[in-house]
Unconditional design. Structure first.
Length: 318
């Protein structure tokens, strides 16, 4: 252990989005919601197995500010497993579950839950004297955000202060501007949320990271990880813990045509309906018309077709 540095270990989570509907998955969305719950439970188990002292959640624990009561009961029960063993949990609301008057946080759902602290919209420092650590951060709210997201975040009275907040990296003025802002905080570590993919955005003086979402949230990004952070060394060590139960692989398909001896008498081609109604123009028998062009499963861009022309008409081959 480095001199004057507390030997503290914590789990950094963000962008969990419990309760998300996943419309782009169609009928598979319900299974993915169930999988996400189990992955969240697995992540908290990692905190226990790693002897973590803290769990920091940097925004969007929930997919909305008004999750179903059954879902909040599930989360409280999961938290109870940790807090019963002395683990402290600090939550910053994010863009999706931002503070609202009757929302899950401001409405008092977690009031009185031992070992759980929800940060307010105004900057706040939470002191943990027994650990020699303080957490400085704030929650997102449904009001106009300050131009400087780090304004008002100050160090605590402990040997080490960790920063905690949700900050969309795409709204931070670019990577260089974000790096300058992070460097000016002087925190021992900055736990960020607001990205579906894991990103290391730290500087030479301030380690900072986005863990990303625990499971796949959108078609293009993820899943991320849980980050296990150890403050005992000269510089915090950050260990990614991939715990996603789902597996995703991106396939890039290029438009293709199949060789034909005489295209006037017949040919085959691959057609995707992205951005147009050409599949209907061709008269291909699909379920798009029945379900609608914007249906999350059958709509345009969600199916790829192998089409054949026999010299007279188009037909769907597969």
């Amino acid at each position: 252990m480095s001199k004057d540095k507390p030997e503290v270990r914590f789990l950094h989570l963000a962008d969990v989005h419990l309760g998300a509907s996943f419309p782009w998955l169609g009928e598979r969305g319900a299974a993915h919601r169930k999988r996400l719950r189990q992955t969240f439970s697995d992540a908290l188990l990692q905190a226990t197995n790693s002897s973590a002292h803290l769990v920091l959640i940097a925004g969007d624990l929930f997919a909305s500010s008004h999750p179903h009561p059954e879902l909040t009961e599930f989360v409280i029960a999961q938290f109870a497993r940790l807090t019963a063993s002395g683990v402290e949990i600090v939550i910053a609301a994010g863009e999706a579950d931002a503070l609202t008057a009757q929302g899950v946080y401001a409405g008092g759902t977690f009031d009185g839950v031992a070992g759980v602290t929800v940060l307010p919209a105004a900057p706040k420092v939470v002191e943990f004297p027994g650990l020699g650590v303080a957490v400085s951060g704030r929650s997102a709210a449904r009001v106009k955000e300050t131009a400087d997201p780090f304004k008002g975040l100050t160090a605590g009275r402990q040997a080490v202060t960790i920063g905690l907040l949700a900050l969309d990296p795409n709204r931070a003025g670019g990577r260089e501007a974000l790096a300058r802002a992070i460097a000016g905080t002087h925190f021992a570590y900055l736990a960020l949320g607001g990205s579906h993919k894991m990103m290391d955005v730290g500087t030479d003086g301030v380690p900072a990271a986005y863990p990303g979402s625990l499971e796949l949230m959108v078609r293009t990004d993820g899943p991320g990880v849980a980050l296990l952070v150890d403050l005992g060394g000269e510089r915090p060590s950050v260990t990614p813990l991939p715990i996603a139960r789902g597996r995703a692989q991106r396939l890039v398909l290029e438009p293709a045509a199949f060789p034909s001896v005489d295209p006037r008498k017949g040919f085959e081609f691959v057609n995707s309906t992205q951005g147009a109604q050409n599949v209907l123009i061709y008269g291909i028998p699909t379920q798009i018309r029945e379900h609608g062009m914007l249906d999350p499963l059958w709509g345009q861009g969600n199916q790829i077709y192998r089409v054949g022309f026999d010299g007279q008409q188009m037909s769907l081959l597969e």
